[in-house]
Design a protein around this ligand. Sequence first.
Ligand code: ZN
Ligand code: FE
Length: 255
Amino acid sequence: MPLEIITVPCLEDNYAFILHAPLTGLTALVDAPEAAPIIAELDKRGWTLDFILLTHHHWDHVDGVPDLRAKYGPTVIGAEADAHRLPDLDMQVAHGSRFSLGNVEVSVSEVPGHTVGHIAFHIASVNALFTADSLMALGCGRLFEGTPAQMLDTMQMLATLPDATQVYSGHEYTATNAAFALTVDPNNTDLQARAKEIATARSQGAFTVPSSLLIEKKTNPFLRAHTSGIRAALDMPDATDLEVFTEVRLRRNEF
Ligand code: ZN
Ligand code: FE
């Protein structure tokens, strides 16, 4: 196994992810909503923390950093563009940056929309993409800072990654996202089937993250502005993809 990935539920509905490379013994964390559940998972396995990767500056993704830094002294990595409003960074990265966690290569994409400095981390060797509040399971993050055009660009860029890519997003919002998605893509049979699976998973307390990029492309309305089904449901047959995407995002805000 080249990389173990542990999902750690934090706060109300956040996810952090612990990555551990058995070969080198190195451990990294993607986002730090709060320290306690992360420390508990590390303790359980006898791991310490060598790196923290931060996706964006929101408190529910960074508030655990001071305690984790004090306890483990990890290398903290985040976006150069947001260095002024992230916790202190030991390494600043930007679009196209590559770095390695021991023998594990990570590449960085800027994925603006939710915030302007949001980044995603891609580990191609294990088909893992850490998207936090950009591309989410059946959704995308709210546009607090960016424009619909920026988020649509972000979605289109991420959609070019391999179908087998596993998308690790930052929150358990999938059940609500499914209920909304059905309102704008009601005749999508893949979506109907996925909504049922999600309801079952949640009733058993299972996580719906990660999900494959393939299933996102088939069911996530924010990756499907170009499809006739959504255009028909919104009565926007001749609109541009951006107009459709903007309308879907607006309706999700009000859902
Ligand atoms: Zn956020
Ligand atoms: Fe968040």
